[in-house]
Design a binder for this molecule. Sequence first.
Ligand code: SF4
Length: 496
Amino acid sequence: MRPNQFRHASVVTNPGEYREGRWRTFEPRAPIERVLGGKPTLLRPGLTFTPYANPTPCNAHCAFCSEELLRLDATRLSAKTPIGDRPSYFAALDAALTELAGFEMGLSLSGLEATSDPEWLLQLLALVKRHDALFPERVLYTNGSGLHADARLIPALVDARFTRVELSRCHFDEQVNHRVMRFDRDVEIRARGAFEETVRRVLAAGLDLKLVCILNRQAVATLDDVERYLDDAAALGVQRVVFRSLSELGTLYRENRETRWIAQQRVSVRELMDQVLPEGGVARAGWTFEGVTSGYYYYNEVYRRGGVEVVLEGASYVAHHDEVQAGVVQKLVFHSTGELCGDWVPNAQVLAKYDGAPRARHVRLLKSLAETKLPFVTYGTAGLLLLHPELELTIKDSDILLGPEALLPFVQWAQSRGAQVTSWSEPWNAQWTAADVAGRFYIRATFGDLQLDATYEEPDFSIPTLIREATWHEGVPVCPEGPLLAMKERKRVRRD
Ligand code: SF4
């Protein structure tokens, strides 16, 4: 499938005019408004979503690593804030994806090295599968280290319906490659043999594989180098290779080791394009021009050489930054802090913050029940925490008192959100009416690891009265404090 901004060779009479205009020939689609974190946000259809992969520091240290570039308006790097408490992280990511339901996006799994911690990646893939309809396209960007080291990962990517793996390699010679990519000592894929084995395994699994070669003076710099790389790739059975120039940084970034290296080692992709397809339109021997693609901050030309599709690509972080400033979100990045941003920089364009702590997750669940307008009040520990957020109590489950007429609608609501509903450990029977569970006091709805107990019979208090007298906190109705404490105390005495 071609990107929608692809122009076929037959309509490109003069590629030079695209090379001059570069990404400015991108024609964006009209934005769509979505509410994220309670605020309206304009999203560009077709954008990609990145759960920023930093479960561990990267196991390579590429001399050009963009994750080490600090923009002048940034206060910190995502790369330096590794993902902390995993259950909270995944719950927060789940909440973000739930809010985005119905807005189709490309999943672009990048950041640091997504395969460096296989357990994190496997958990992430399971979450992606739960939000299956959200991501028609799924791409992993990787240095391949975990794919070689852990046999579970390639099958798991197939199972999670990944459409492509983009595997970075600056050169087929392992020493030349290592001078630029600088893998940690124990990372096997630094060796050519391990790299080739990984390529073969990815191809054998049926995944679409694209090799990514970052052009630079220390590895692949000339058209001869490019062709040698392509010969090696073709011999391995690879059918797609992209040669990317180092991004143009303008004056947006603080000078550091990486910006200096990039400035010194940058190779002009424009010059390579001019050599492959000079003005006048006759492509170099062995190369066939297929077309051009414009993205919002990149421009590329697509060729075929033998059995390999070859992409020559340039990108500009300045163009990226200009588009981002225009007020329409072009990219979504979910950071380790639970922040969903319209930008790679964690403190810029924060659209929403998702809290994956148990209290926040219970409150979100109760709030979504309140939005249905079903009559209920929250009591127990969840109610107390809503009345007194300063209390440091551990919340294990949520308790509500439910208006008797709301019992069946509550069951429908819980089941529509994927909950298991039980009455005294029996699975809810679709034939049951309220009369069938009379005298059983409560039902239990289990949403993954969240439990919600709904009591519809209360011997000491009138449920309709408590619902009438409820006070609202964070969008949730809460039982008056006196009866709430009395019921809590009654439960404690019974337990004692
Ligand atoms: S593999 Fe990627 S994240 Fe790691 S150092 Fe290289 S460019 Fe940076």
